[in-house]
Design a protein around this ligand. Structure first.
Ligand code: HEM
Length: 214
């Protein structure tokens, strides 16, 4: 029997978390060099790299880690059935019911091996935002070579705005996600040690059943 979070998932999750912090802090450094909103500058203490050029180098370094690690996680999630088992399907009715329960602090999280509808929505949501973030990032990096990507956001400025608001969405996710992990520390422990043992995919067991009866 394997763990709720197999080692490969834990490694990819924490690698992603480190890469994301590098991307956000170096992104703030680059943003400060040519701000979109005149009133918004990020304090130097929370940016990465002494100058914008260093920030850019950190951003590219983080990009390779985030991109390759993210691709590995997507392939693993699709091929192993993890996404189908843990993150899908999402029922809008359940999302509304559980979001209301969460606002009243009545959301249960007794069974670690299942995500509730709010968790599923947040996880699938952040995965989609990160994918969009990579696409808008490529569109800003090479607007000529990837002009077809830039066109998805109308123009270069549109891609820049999308990249900025994607960062805002990811930061909001991190605040909620980390708060919840700290509020329910056994989930945090599970993401470090693997968590409870779980049965292998029931579908796989069902398909192997006739052979074992022979
Ligand atoms: C920085 C960006 C982060 C992103 C994008 C992110 C994203 C995710 C996603 C998509 C999952 C579900 C993974 C799966 O089951 O396949 C997850 C699970 C989890 N993450 Fe994060 N995470 C981030 C950072 C963190 C940090 C900093 C912490 C701890 C303080 C954390 C704690 C956890 C825990 C405890 C779970 C398991 C949740 C549960 O069992 O209820 N994550 N994260």
């Amino acid at each position: 029997m394997k763990r709720m979070h197999p080692a490969v998932v834990r490694i990819m999750h924490w690698t992603n978390a480190i890469a994301m912090v590098i991307m956000i802090m170096s992104g703030w450094k680059i943003y400060n060099d040519e701000v979109i909103f005149g009133f918004l500058h990020f304090p130097d203490a929370i940016t990465l790299g002494p100058w914008a050029q260093h920030g850019l180098q950190w951003h590219f370094f983080g990009m390779w880690i985030l991109g390759l690690n993210g691709l590995a996680y997507l392939i693993y999630g699709l091929v192993s059935g993890r996404f189908r088992r843990l993150l899908l399907p999402i029922s809008p009715r359940e999302v509304i019911r559980e979001a209301l329960a969460a606002l009243r602090f009545r959301l249960q999280h007794a069974d670690l091996t299942h995500y509730n509808a709010v968790q599923k929505t947040l996880y699938v949501g952040v995965i989609l935002v990160i994918i969009l973030q990579v696409i808008s990032g490529l569109a800003i990096w090479k607007p000529v070579q990837f002009s077809f990507l830039t066109a998805l956001f109308y123009d270069f400025q549109g891609a820049r705005l999308a990249h900025f608001f994607g960062m805002v969405a990811i930061c909001l996710f991190i605040v909620v996600h980390v708060s919840l992990a700290l509020l329910v520390p056994k989930t945090l422990l599970a993401m470090i040690t693997g968590g409870p043992r779980v049965d292998d995919d029931p579908a796989a067991r069902a398909s192997s059943a006739p052979a074992s009866n022979m």
